[in-house]
Design a protein around this ligand. Structure first.
Ligand code: LLP
Length: 421
């Protein structure tokens, strides 16, 4: 990824020095490269040429409006899991018919909002949801286009908290129960079954689990067609991994080629729902060193980004590469350190036991591959304002979500009337 690189001794996002953004915006902040976002999208679009396929960007990975609009302008649809995400997709100009609504626990009100907006496809994940959706569609006098998400019981080989396609995970309907679910859906007057969906996990670094899952779903599709169902669409889900450390994930072209090959002859329109692969490597988190605290066993580098800004290290033991923003000399000695935030929890770290060139107070660091599941998973724990998000495009940059002031945060709250003012 060349969108983030040292130039004249300073880390740049495309043509903009991160230091210059830090001076204007303050730290910590997320920074996204438009060029890198477009490049990742372009790889998908190129790979999908000649296939009957569409791309619905999984907003959950990064739902910054500017990011959604960038993809929407390039022709992406959206994969959403809440009405909030739906409103973001619509606000960014993505037409409702290009929106796919996934999720294991949609409420009746949410389903109604989606149908009223004209969402193109609802991926149903349970028998109970079929009934709720049928009732809601009936009340609104519409017919809902649905797929049923199945659980192919495949081990995606990823972290236990982000694997989704195994029997013991809450997602989708077991393959063994799928025919019954389709039969039920076929009888419900306000539903129109248009296809089948799966999503087996996230951060997959080999294609074998996709192959194995598709083989299972393929067999099911044949059975379902024999049962008289129309299976015109096959939603493959997302999940393609990125580089955090030394992973070697498949290329986007190889991924699409394998999916195309395994689904060839089915006559289904394919849907891809990538999230992480489109945005992960296109974003970084920039933070300033507050102080360095040498300990007996190791040195703590205390920075102004914390677990509330990027929770992946502590939640998933995720490894994110960290680089000084000022280019270290090639012969610079390294020290072993933990990069930690100021939050009052031992789990508040961005990296542990890392060998980094000696850092001092006031220096900037950059956490790589933070474009996916970074800002979207942030919280204001310890009353820390959400880190702002910045987009760079060539020599320009813009704050796409400003840092809230503490006053704004507090003014969103209300005291109970009995407490007086
Ligand atoms: N489609 C569905 C139905 C999903 O559940 C997901 C992700 C995606 C698409 C997009 O998957 P991706 O291409 O981004 O792997 N917070 C975790 C990842 C959770 C993924 C949840 N589902 C992390 O930080 O690693």
């Amino acid at each position: 990824m060349t969108s983030f690189a040292y130039k004249d001794g300073e880390m740049h996002a495309e043509g903009v020095a991160l230091k210059a953004i830090a001076q204007q915006v303050g730290t910590p902040f997320y920074c996204y490269s438009a060029e890198a976002l477009r490049a990742a999208f372009g790889e998908f679009a190129g790979g999908m040429k000649g296939l009957n396929a569409s791309l619905c960007y999984a907003l959950k990975a990064n739902s910054n409006l500017a990011v959604i609009k960038l993809f929407g302008d390039l022709g992406a649809g959206a994969d959403i899991v809440s009405v909030g995400e739906m409103q973001r997709a619509l606000a960014a100009g993505i037409p409702a018919r290009r929106i796919v609504y996934s999720g294991v626990g949609k409420k009746a009100g949410e389903l109604a909002a989606a149908l009223q907006a004209g969402v193109g496809q609802i991926n149903v994940e349970s028998s109970a949801e079929l009934e709720t959706l049928n009732a809601v569609a009936g009340q609104l006098g519409v017919k809902a286009d649905i797929t049923i998400r199945v659980n192919p019981d495949i081990d995606a080989g990823t972290h236990e908290k982000i694997t989704t396609g195994r029997k013991e995970n809450k997602f989708g309907i077991d393959l063994d129960l799928a025919r019954d679910a389709f039969a039920k859906a076929g009888k419900l007057a306000n539903l129109r079954v248009v296809g089948i969906a799966m999503h087996i996990g996230s951060q997959l670094t080999t294609l074998d689990p996709y192959r194995a899952a598709i083989v299972r779903v393929r067999d099911l599709i044949q059975q379902l067609r024999a049962d008289g169902h129309r299976i015109d669409r096959f939603d493959i889900g997302g999940g393609l991994g990125i580089v955090y450390a030394d992973e070697q994930p498949p290329s986007i072209a190889d991924f699409i080629q394998v999916v195309g090959k395994e689904t060839a002859g089915l006559g289904c329109e394919l849907t891809f729902e990538p999230g992480r692969r489109l945005v992960g490597e296109a974003g970084v988190l920039v933070s300033e060193v507050i102080l360095v605290k040498p300990g007996v066993s190791k040195t703590f580098v205390i920075v102004d980004a914390a677990m509330n800004d990027l929770i992946r290290p502590t939640l998933y033991e995720a490894w994110h590469d960290i680089l000084p923003v000022r280019q270290p000399r090639p012969d610079a000695a390294t020290i072993r350190c933990d990069i930690v935030g100021p939050i009052c929890e031992s789990g508040d770290y961005l990296a542990q036991n890392r060998d980094l060139p000696a850092l001092s107070a006031g220096e900037l660091i950059m956490v790589r591959s933070a474009g996916a599941y970074g800002a979207v998973m942030a919280s204001s724990y310890n009353s820390r304002p959400l880190a702002p998000e910045v987009m760079v495009d060539g020599m320009r940059f813009a704050v796409t979500r400003p840092r809230p002031t503490i006053e704004e945060m507090i003014s969103a709250e209300r005291l109970p009337p009995w407490m007086g003012n």
